[in-house]
Design a protein around this ligand. Structure first.
Ligand SMILES: *[C@@H]1O[C@H](CO)[C@@H](O)[C@H](O)[C@H]1NC(C)=O
Ligand SMILES: *[C@@H]1O[C@H](CO)[C@@H](O)[C@H](O)[C@H]1NC(C)=O
Ligand SMILES: *[C@@H]1O[C@H](CO)[C@@H](O)[C@H](O)[C@H]1NC(C)=O
Ligand SMILES: *[C@@H]1O[C@H](CO)[C@@H](O)[C@H](O)[C@H]1NC(C)=O
Ligand SMILES: *[C@@H]1O[C@H](CO)[C@@H](O)[C@H](O)[C@H]1NC(C)=O
Ligand SMILES: *[C@@H]1O[C@H](CO)[C@@H](O)[C@H](O)[C@H]1NC(C)=O
Ligand SMILES: *[C@@H]1O[C@H](CO)[C@@H](O)[C@H](O)[C@H]1NC(C)=O
Ligand SMILES: *[C@@H]1O[C@H](CO)[C@@H](O)[C@H](O)[C@H]1NC(C)=O
Ligand SMILES: *[C@@H]1O[C@H](CO)[C@@H](O)[C@H](O)[C@H]1NC(C)=O
Ligand SMILES: *[C@@H]1O[C@H](CO)[C@@H](O)[C@H](O)[C@H]1NC(C)=O
Ligand SMILES: *[C@@H]1O[C@H](CO)[C@@H](O)[C@H](O)[C@H]1NC(C)=O
Ligand SMILES: *[C@@H]1O[C@H](CO)[C@@H](O)[C@H](O)[C@H]1NC(C)=O
Length: 345
């Protein structure tokens, strides 16, 4: 960066730091970003999720998946939340998302509560990051200080979502590549896969493993035969594929390390889960064994990897905007700093 642009940064940054309540020009997220402007943001988000959990036990898993599918496509910019318009091809309809991403109503409820408490301040991208932490800790997992200060993008990238998001039938090699494309390494692959300690999956995401794995009427040999029979009872051959089952058969709604001990007895649900343990020679096997033996180690890695993932290509400072409705770009989005117009100064 040239010296002229960094002095611009200093002067304008100080001004914006006042307006935006802590924005920093160097683009770093910080856990205290909303201290002055929306100090109760964490408890407001958590409260809405606690309410939602009363009637929807899988909502926490759905919300963390939104954050993950947001961050892998053009960074953590809330792009996954945008609806179709004349100019936006929503990421919601990308193949890895269509008919499976959910939780938008709860995101809208969170946004409504935040707009009431501190209008125009909290981005939708930050809502997904905060909601992920709340969902994990409410399910018995770790708590952590969420880094904040993301701003919302003004575009979506459906073709990017189709290319960048990992799929349930992909090999470990393909998944590692998709993670490395966004700066995440093998430890991150294994730790973040641990989010499959809760939530559900549709039969069509693992049905290939049950009836005709290699085209000769066989099943995936790395699938536990007892579990195979259970799954065949849930997913009919040639069925619609829309029936749901638990990603973690042992403790379906708890955030713990049972996901990894399931892999050790060939009870990972998705092919992409089981490959972490069953692919001969892979460096993921030792990491699975570590997390299976030591939940503290899993939690520590998971938190570190969530913070890394939440930092992918974020918009900060004067970039992007603070969306007023998470499903739509602000009506007056002509420049990059519309959030200023709505800050409560
Ligand atoms: C931000 O708020 C938290 C929690 O209230 C407090 O612990 C921390 O000291 C505050 N930090 C700053 C920089 O104001
Ligand atoms: C923050 O939220 C909690 C829980 O909703 C509430 O009890 C508390 O009064 C709020 N504090 C402020 C300063 O708004
Ligand atoms: C998404 O799914 C809906 C309902 O199944 C379908 O009508 C629509 O065409 C799908 N979108 C895309 C882009 O495939
Ligand atoms: C969309 O995403 C793809 C894959 O991540 C990326 O290569 C492409 O540059 C993105 N397009 C835009 C317009 O951001
Ligand atoms: C992945 O990156 C983290 C730091 O972000 C590092 O601690 C860890 O050792 C790396 N893992 C691998 C397999 O390189
Ligand atoms: C299994 O897959 C093969 C190759 O795709 C196909 O020819 C065969 O009909 C399938 N068998 C069944 C029972 O679906
Ligand atoms: C499923 O479809 C395949 C291919 O059409 C067929 O061979 C098989 O008998 C069907 N299975 C059932 C249970 O209907
Ligand atoms: C299959 O799972 C059961 C537990 O459900 C376990 O006792 C058994 O060892 C597993 N078999 C294999 C081959 O992993
Ligand atoms: C479990 O992992 C934690 C965090 O890495 C480590 O401090 C602790 O020593 C480990 N415990 C055992 C029994 O290995
Ligand atoms: C287990 O994971 C923890 C947390 O990432 C790490 O500190 C530790 O070195 C790992 N232990 C082994 C034996 O790989
Ligand atoms: C986030 O990304 C920025 C820019 O790549 C980097 O400077 C910073 O160290 C990262 N922060 C964390 C916590 O990973
Ligand atoms: C976005 O789409 C959803 C589902 O179709 C709809 O309920 C919601 O009202 C839309 N929001 C906006 C701002 O268009």
């Amino acid at each position: 960066m040239s010296s002229s642009s960094s002095s611009y940064c200093t002067v304008i940054g100080l001004f914006l730091a006042f307006l935006l309540g802590g924005s920093s020009c160097n683009g770093q997220l910080t856990p205290t970003f909303y201290n002055e402007t929306c100090s109760n943001v964490t408890s407001i988000v958590r409260g809405v999720i606690e309410q939602a959990l009363l009637t929807d036990t899988r909502i926490g898993a759905s919300l963390i998946r939104l954050h993950f599918h947001d961050c892998f496509v053009n960074g953590c910019d809330g792009s996954i939340l945008l609806n179709n318009t004349d100019t936006i091809e929503s990421e919601k309809e990308a193949a890895p998302n269509n008919n499976s991403v959910r939780g938008f109503g709860v995101v809208d409820d969170i946004k409504t509560a935040l707009e009431s408490a501190c209008p125009g301040i909290v981005s939708c991208a930050d809502i997904l990051a905060i909601a992920s932490e709340a969902s994990v800790s409410l399910a018995g997992g770790p708590s952590w200080d969420v880094l904040l200060g993301r701003r919302d993008g003004t575009t979506a990238n459906r073709s990017g979502a189709n290319l960048a998001l990992p799929g349930p039938s992909e090999t470990i090699a393909a998944i590692k590549l998709k993670f490395s494309n966004v700066g995440l390494n093998t430890t991150d692959v294994v730790a973040l896969s641990g989010a499959h300690t809760f939530g559900r999956a549709r039969c069509l995401t693992f049905g290939n493993r049950l009836y005709n794995f290699t085209g000769v009427g066989d099943s995936d040999p790395t699938l536990n035969s007892t579990y195979l029979e259970t799954l065949k009872g849930i997913c009919a051959e040639n069925g619609t594929g829309t029936d749901l089952t638990n990603l973690d058969l042992t403790t379906p709604d708890a955030f713990d390390n049972k996901y990894y001990s399931n892999l050790q007895v060939n009870e990972g649900l998705l092919q992409s889960d089981q490959e972490l343990f069953s692919t001969t020679g892979e460096d993921t096997i030792d990491i699975v064994n570590n997390y299976s033996a030591n939940q503290t180690a899993f939690f520590a890695s998971f938190v570190a990897s969530m913070i890394k993932m939440g930092n992918i290509s974020v918009l900060t400072g004067t970039q992007g905007e603070i969306r007023l409705n998470c499903a739509a770009v602000n009506a007056n989005a002509t420049s990059g700093s519309d959030g200023l117009l709505h800050s409560s100064i």
